[in-house]
Design a protein around this ligand. Structure first.
Ligand code: APR
Length: 242
């Protein structure tokens, strides 16, 4: 039985989803660069850079404590559920720029977070892959909250100006795709946007996004719709051609 499952998995095509903020927009999480996006309301330099963290850590902790509590009220949308539903037909891998855990909550088994995870903390200093899950009953991080060996905790978020430790793993995953689907990212932020470059030249690439998206690396088939509606259309096509 177990051997049959392994053989079946090898026979499945691999779909890699590269997702961004638009994936979670219908769950009530703001995107970054739309007209009502987060970076219209707050300055990136003040809130999301390595220098800002060094200059005023307490202010950043307060900001991400506020944002974390908003994220905690959000639930997966139909788009997240559609991606999870494809696991019965395909080997599905998700590489996301999002900090929320909505893919996991929808049931996706393989999710790589490029820019960190809102519900985890890590020690200040270089990211050494040590993360602490935050308690949903008491999720805030404050100045003075420390690891057992006395290092200040900070959000597990990759700020601008910091390395992206999961980039190499993300590139490996994209390089193994039989089909690549990009959902809800403006492809404006590097190095994440460069992951497209790692898909094989014959790999079909689909984009689901209501606004036109372009990339210097590839042309693709775009479905100009929101995540739920657009993925509804795409999933039918993918399942019919599996
Ligand atoms: N469904 C699908 N896509 C949507 C929807 C929706 N309902 N609503 C908006 N979008 C699209 C927008 O058209 C836009 O192309 O989502 C995209 C969001 O782009 P950005 O705001 O730039 O977000 P993202 O690409 O995820 O940003 C990348 O930038 O600030 C950093 O670290 C942050 O991970 C983030 C990174």
């Amino acid at each position: 039985m177990y051997i049959c499952s392994i053989i079946y998995l090898f026979a499945m095509k691999r779909i890699v989803f590269l997702t961004g903020a638009g994936m979670s927009a219908e769950s009530g999480i703001s995107t970054f660069r739309d007209s009502d996006g987060l970076w219209e309301q707050y300055s990136v330099e003040e809130i999301c850079t390595h220098d800002a963290w060094l200059a005023h850590p307490a202010k950043l902790l307060d900001f991400y404590n506020m944002l974390r509590r908003k994220y905690m009220n959000c639930k997966p949308n139909e788009g997240h559920r559609l991606i999870a539903s494809l696991q019965q037909y395909f080997d599905v891998k998700v590489v996301t720029q999002n900090l929320d855990s909505l893919h996991e909550q929808a049931g996706c088994k393989s999710v790589l977070h490029l820019h960190g995870e809102m519900m985890k903390a890590r020690p200040d200093g270089p990211d050494r892959g040590v993360y602490y899950p935050l308690d949903p009953a008491n999720p805030d991080i404050h100045m003075g909250d420390q690891t057992p060996d006395g290092v200040q905790l900070r959000p597990h978020i990759v700020f601008f100006g910091e390395a992206v430790p999961n980039l190499e793993r993300g590139a490996e995953i994209v390089s193994t795709a039989d089909i690549l689907v990009i959902v809800g990212t403006s492809l404006n932020v590097y190095p994440a946007a460069s992951l497209l470059n790692y898909a094989g030249s014959q790999v079909p690439v689909y984009v689901v996004d209501p606004k036109p998206v372009t990339s210097p690396y590839r042309t693709f088939t775009q479905i100009r719709k929101g995540a739920s509606e657009g993925l509804g259309e795409l999933v039918k096509i993918l399942v019919e051609n599996k």
